[in-house]
Design a protein around this ligand. Sequence first.
Ligand SMILES: C[S@@+](CC[C@H](N)C(=O)[O-])C[C@H]1O[C@@H](n2cnc3c(N)ncnc32)[C@H](O)[C@@H]1O
Length: 279
Amino acid sequence: MTNANQIEHQREFSFSDSDFRFLAGLANQKTGIVLAEHKRDMVYGRLARRLRALGLQSFTEYCELLQSDAGHDELPNLVNAITTNLTGFFREAHHFEHLKTEAAKWHENGAKRIRVWSSACSSGMEPYSIAMTLKSAIPNTDKCDVRILATDIDSNMVNTGIAGEYTLSDVEQVPAASKQFIQNMGAGNRVKMSPQLKQLITFNTLNLLNPWPIKGPFDAIFCRNVVIYFDKATKQKLFSRMAELLPMGGWLYIGHSENLHGISDRFELVGRTIYRRVK
Ligand SMILES: C[S@@+](CC[C@H](N)C(=O)[O-])C[C@H]1O[C@@H](n2cnc3c(N)ncnc32)[C@H](O)[C@@H]1O
């Protein structure tokens, strides 16, 4: 027996090449996420839980379920299982420093309406960091119509964002001045976001590949650490659509390992992974 066959043999569920190809194809079609061969074990690990929950015996049965009439109801579970949701409060802190400076300028210039979109918000730490940043730059957000839209394809993550509850270690990176917006929950290590932050944010599920029921314009869009999973054509379309939702000079923040070279000429790089719309 070869090593690969031995591993296959020891596994709880059989997982054939054609099962993997079917699941990778469906995931790509529905989410834009590219699941290359090296993601195979990850896909097995994450979906094995679904198979157990559904009482299925093999991945072939799972693929058949997805192709049946009941497959429509299972699709969100597949999507939620294959997304990678790594995030953090004030992750890539330089973006929040930049946003704070810009937001203070918007306020000084008498802005009557401020809009920011966290377009792959995961469990909500990104939009809550945006809310804390806007609160620290703008003395009275009530007087200035500040709104943050927070969306993600993963409904479990969006629900976590709506709940706004995290652990003490999650909020370690929050700057001391913003800790006033975090409330302890009893004696445990749970904390929750304050109502002042929550009221600034609207959470919704949204697949970036689908039509966006969003008017904009936004002053800034956060699109961080999501397009790494997409192919080039998907990235090109996505950033072109985002440009349409920003005014000239509007800000786009992308992830630490991403860039727009060869993807979009509608943005100018002005700082580390910070872009401004120019076309
Ligand atoms: C690695 S997390 C990044 C979270 C956050 N932006 C950050 O940088 O900390 C990537 C997020 O993108 C979401 N995602 C993946 N494909 C998506 C799609 N097609 N539409 C919307 N969100 C998507 C995932 O559910 C996940 O929560």
